[in-house]
Design a protein around this ligand. Structure first.
Ligand SMILES: [Zn+2]
Length: 521
């Protein structure tokens, strides 16, 4: 192609500037986002939402995943997206692209998932977890079924809930995104950047194919930033941004005693008891104040004053949490609940030795087992923490073996134990003051400014639980932010999963905030 003359270039740029929307057009549109329009767009999308929920979506069943993928391709295509399936061993992911065709625009990739946890239908209050049911809570606190028509009118009660598998995790947010695009189209608005939507088919089993899918489709998935819509908003209900999550590694600690269980009368006072010794070993790992006493455990966690300010701003009602959980006092790891979650933890998740209850007998056990789980951070990962724990156990005089102790080891070492680590889920964290963090914060602040009440976004530096962010963001290599949209009490992963429809509306508001805010600094 011939190079344009400088004059032609200037003219072209001037023409492009005229064609481009005003810089604040998105913000204007956001400020005029009234609840009535959001509800109208939501109500019009609910029939599709209910249809999507009626498709079983256990990621173990390839045929079900394929049906969901086909449904989603059609739904996004109807809204002007270019769609394709990304092969993944019979369980395809769906990629939908929405381009403003203006060239040089930024691209934001939205990640959601359409697979769900397996269901045990007998546990549910409704007949079939894949036949969505609309319910309202009565004055007595009990849920009562109401007709679907109550939901399908724009004046629907925000406290109505739709009960079905994946109503909240994570088909609800997919439907919110579809409804947000319907509203944009009805107002002849365009997102402020090119949009890619990646719909995962195996999130609930840790997205095992993600690395291969990204390796095969790298160019298709290229973007400037990644937004993950998954998980619940802060229990207070304010819009929420999450910048990361801890990882987790399971550890089994076995303390060996005599070869077989012994008569406690014949041998008590002479053969060391492995249950007592395991208890002493565990007690050495944590102080009475709840702080982990393993040397170096907290050394890699450095919190700045700005971090502490961010953590203290999260509106947790710790007194109410202690009352709800039935504890008088919290551990002293951090100054606040949020601060405590920034550090690696050491938890006993199970203990066994001989038997309790009706099976108890007068034995001296032959071994004692503690199942631990260590929550990790990006700085203190599974490898680091397991090595520190191993060193700590050895410092208490224990000899660690790999398998069963040999006769020789039994004869040589008075304190024999085994420590094995299982498969780790890794931590992930994005700086909250990075470009993507500032963009998401500004977008939610603008979107909710007119919504009434205290709706400043709650910013979570790193949540305590483990979700497969690392498995998703590491192959994609993109700066990310998690923007959860659903109610905190949604029974995710359990029976009677539900979505509060007021959260459908606020979720749309959050999504539109992102779509109508220019990405970048
Ligand atoms: Zn999920």
């Amino acid at each position: 192609m011939k190079c344009p003359t400088p004059a032609a270039t200037i003219l072209t740029l001037a023409a492009l500037a005229l064609l481009a929307p005003r810089a604040d057009a998105g913000n204007d549109a956001l400020r005029t986002l009234d609840d009535a329009s959001l509800r109208a767009a939501a109500a019009a999308t609910f029939p599709e939402y209910l249809e999507l929920l009626s498709l079983p979506n256990d990621s173990a069943v390839a045929a079900d995943i394929q049906r969901n993928a086909a449904w989603l391709e059609a739904a996004f295509a109807r809204r002007g997206f270019r769609t394709r399936l990304l092969p993944n061993g019979g369980k395809p992911l769906v990629l939908a692209e929405h381009s403003g065709n203006r060239g040089g625009r930024r691209t934001v990739l939205f990640y959601l998932h359409f697979d769900g946890q397996p269901v045990v239908p007998e546990q549910w209050a409704q007949k079939n977890p894949f036949r969505p049911v609309v319910k309202k809570r009565g004055a007595d606190g009990a849920w009562r079924e109401v007709g679907t028509e109550e939901l399908l009118r724009p004046g629907f009660d925000p406290d109505l809930r739709v009960f079905a598998r994946s109503s909240a995790d994570d088909k609800g947010p997919i439907a919110m995104l579809l409804a947000a695009f319907d509203l944009l189209r009805s107002r002849k608005l365009e997102p402020r950047f090119d949009v890619k939507v990646l719909l995962d088919s195996e999130e609930e089993v840790g997205s095992p194919g993600m690395a291969a899918v990204v390796a095969t489709n790298g160019a298709l998935l290229s973007a400037d930033a990644l937004v993950i819509h998954d998980g619940p908003v802060h229990p207070g209900g304010r819009p929420t941004i999450v910048f990361g999550n801890r990882g987790d590694v399971p550890v089994t600690l076995t303390v060996f005693g005599p070869r077989t269980p012994l008569h406690s009368g014949h041998y008590g006072n002479w053969v060391p008891n492995p249950a007592m010794r395991l208890s002493a070993l565990l007690a050495s790992m944590k102080g009475d104040d709840g702080r982990v006493a393993v040397a170096g455990w907290y050394d890699r966690t450095k919190l700045t004053d700005a971090d502490r300010t961010l953590l203290a701003a999260v509106p947790d009602d710790e007194a109410a949490m202690r009352r709800r959980l039935g504890i008088a006092e919290a551990e002293k790891v951090g100054a606040t609940y949020q601060e405590a979650l920034q550090f690696p933890s050491l938890n006993v998740r199970g203990l066994s030795s001989a038997a309790t209850g009706s099976k108890v007998a007068n034995v001296l056990p032959h071994q004692a087992v503690a199942e631990l789980d260590l929550r990790t951070t990006p700085e203190a990962d599974a490898e680091v923490l397991v090595a520190l724990l191993r060193t700590h156990v050895e410092k208490q005089g224990w000899h660690l073996v790999d398998g069963e102790p040999t006769d020789e080891e039994r004869g040589l070492f008075p304190k024999l134990a085994r420590l094995t680590a299982g498969r780790a889920g890794k931590a992930a964290r994005q700086p909250y003051d990075s470009t993507v963090g500032r963009w998401a914060t500004a977008a939610l602040e603008t979107a909710f400014a007119g919504a009434g009440g205290d709706v400043r976004p709650v910013r979570i530096r790193m949540m305590g639980g483990t979700v497969p962010t690392h498995e998703i963001v590491t192959p994609l290599g993109l700066p990310f932010v998690i923007v959860p949209l659903v109610n905190a009490d949604n029974n995710q992963h359990s029976f009677d999963e539900n979505l509060r429809m007021g959260n459908f509306v606020s979720g749309m508001r959050a999504t539109l905030g992102l779509l109508l805010t220019d990405y970048g600094d």
